[in-house]
Write a protein that binds this ligand. Structure first.
Ligand code: HEC
Length: 448
């Protein structure tokens, strides 16, 4: 996603509603209804399908955005009708591969279509993709330029931007790693509310494989110590948004160390700079808890013989209560799926999140809704499991070749990025009680 619409900016303060607000419904009415079964009126492009495409697809499917085909006009969409039916009914488009039905379903900035929207598209294609009355068409969206921050509709422009030093990428060659350190350039301590990494456009979007800014902080001995990551950028990624009661501290004396990975793509890029946009809490405001984002490794061999599969796992235990705020699987073209489970101190296990159709071209940090973010008492263990496929069924691999672990784009990787708010016992008990109270008033209301 590289752009936003003017309309979305008017919605600032709401949600990124125009784009991708969708409530996940666990029960799936099987897609494949005919127009008659779907309701008492004929489903048409102008009246039913165009609004769905506008809100969920056109940000990428329009001229000079990231997708190869445009879905603005009826005749353009008509040509792709069957492929659209196939992609949406398998939940491959929009590219947001968080499982529906398993694990926590309340995700912020959720791109998934509702089952009803999928049903409408399927019914329309099954009915022969009729145009309907052009007078029913929604007004077109006016798109702003591709350099809009993705969180801008929600938060406005960032308060502060930190850039990498300029870097040259040749046309040909292998992977390149680069770790420039740059000052934060802020006058006083500030607490961070949201972050977003943005490669240059259009060149950087193609040659940046990942870019992870990390905080280095001076300790008493005058040495710099790593303090956790700010964000992780990989293709398709939006930013990080910290829950209201938590923040990440940034100090004037901190350095930002960028861990960047470029990949030559057949054209030269000179002086590329990657940007980190930061949204701060108001000056002087101190959030109650500290949150950090970290890489959690999954261990074990990834030895992928031709036609082979592999599985890795990672375990982590906290000695204090925590809240898990987000989960982002990371792997390359062989990673097929990743899950994260909790094993509570009383032995109960719970699947927190499952991404079973991982696609390395699209990385998302799945940020849980405030009241759905898992609260883990001290002693809880999380188990991350990753599955890899080097088979004919994986269109992104060459199943004739061996692959293994490594940091090149063609190698495989295995970790999750998880943002954790560190709680004390009192904070934990209070949040648990607040959620119970909320659930009680909601059910007493009869609302929901
Ligand atoms: C975030 C950007 C993005 C969004 C949002 C998005 N697409 Fe795509 N789409 C792409 C890109 C990039 C491709 C080409 C690469 C690929 O196939 O993954 C693509 C490919 C496709 C294809 C062709 C796939 C094939 O190979 O047959 C279809 C059909 C499609 N999208 C439909 C949709 C529909 C329908 C929506 C909305 C419900 C949608 N897309 C939303 C980026 C997007």
């Amino acid at each position: 996603m590289v752009a936003s619409s003017t309309r979305s900016i008017d919605l600032r303060g709401g949600t990124v509603a125009f784009l991708l607000a969708a409530t996940a419904i666990a029960i799936s009415p099987a897609p494949g209804l005919t127009a008659q079964e779907n309701g008492d009126h004929d489903v048409t492009f102008a009246g039913d399908v165009a609004p769905i495409l506008q809100q969920n697809c056109q940000i990428c499917h329009r001229p000079s955005s990231v997708a190869p085909m445009s879905f603005l006009e009826y005749r353009e969409v008509r040509r792709y009708a069957r492929r659209i039916r196939d992609q949406v009914s398998r939940r491959l488009m929009p590219p947001y591969h968080y499982d529906t039905g398993d694990g926590i379903q309340d995700i912020k900035n959720d791109w998934r279509l509702t089952d009803e929207e999928i049903g409408t598209i399927v019914a329309w294609v099954n009915a022969g993709a009729p145009e309907g009355d052009p007078a029913d068409m929604p007004a077109p969206i006016e798109w702003v330029d591709a350099q809009t921050w993705q969180q801008e509709p929600l938060l406005g422009p960032p308060d502060h931007v930190i850039r990498t030093l300029p870097f040259d990428v040749p046309a040909q060659g292998g992977d390149m790693w680069w770790r420039p350190q740059v000052p934060t350039d802020i006058p006083t301590d500030r607490w961070i509310r949201a972050m977003e990494v943005r490669p240059s456009f259009p060149a950087g979007r193609q040659v940046v494989h990942h870019a992870n800014p990390k905080i280095l902080r001076l300790n008493e001995d005058g040495e710099y110590q790593p303090m956790g990551n700010l964000s992780e950028y990989a293709m398709g990624k939006v930013g990080e948004l910290v829950p209201r009661d938590a923040g990440r501290l940034l100090k004037p004396t901190d350095l930002i160390e960028w861990d960047t990975h470029y990949y030559p793509m057949g054209f030269e890029v000179s002086g590329d700079q990657i940007e980190l946009g930061i949204w701060f809490y108001p000056e002087g405001y101190e959030p109650e808890f500290t949150q950090n984002l970290r890489l959690y490794p999954l261990r074990g061999d990834i030895a992928l013989a031709p036609g082979g599969t592999a599985m890795t796992q990672g375990f982590y235990r906290w000695d204090h209560p925590v809240r898990i705020d987000s989960f982002q699987p990371h792997g390359h073209v062989h990673l097929h799926g990743m899950s994260v489970q909790a094993i509570y101190p009383n032995g109960r296990t719970e699947l927190l999140s499952m991404v079973s159709d991982f696609d390395a071209r699209w990385h998302h940090s799945y940020i849980y809704e405030d009241d759905a973010a898992p609260l883990l008492p001290a002693g809880t263990v999380i188990v991350m499991t990753g599955w890899y496929e080097n088979t004919e069924g994986n269109p992104l691999t060459d199943p004739e070749v061996w692959y293994s672990r490594g940091s090149r784009t063609v190698d495989e990787m295995s970790h999750a990025w998880i943002a954790v708010t560190h709680l004390d016992d009192e904070g934990y008990e209070r949040i648990v009680a607040e959620r119970k109270e909320k659930a009680r008033t909601v059910s007493n209301d009869g609302s929901r």
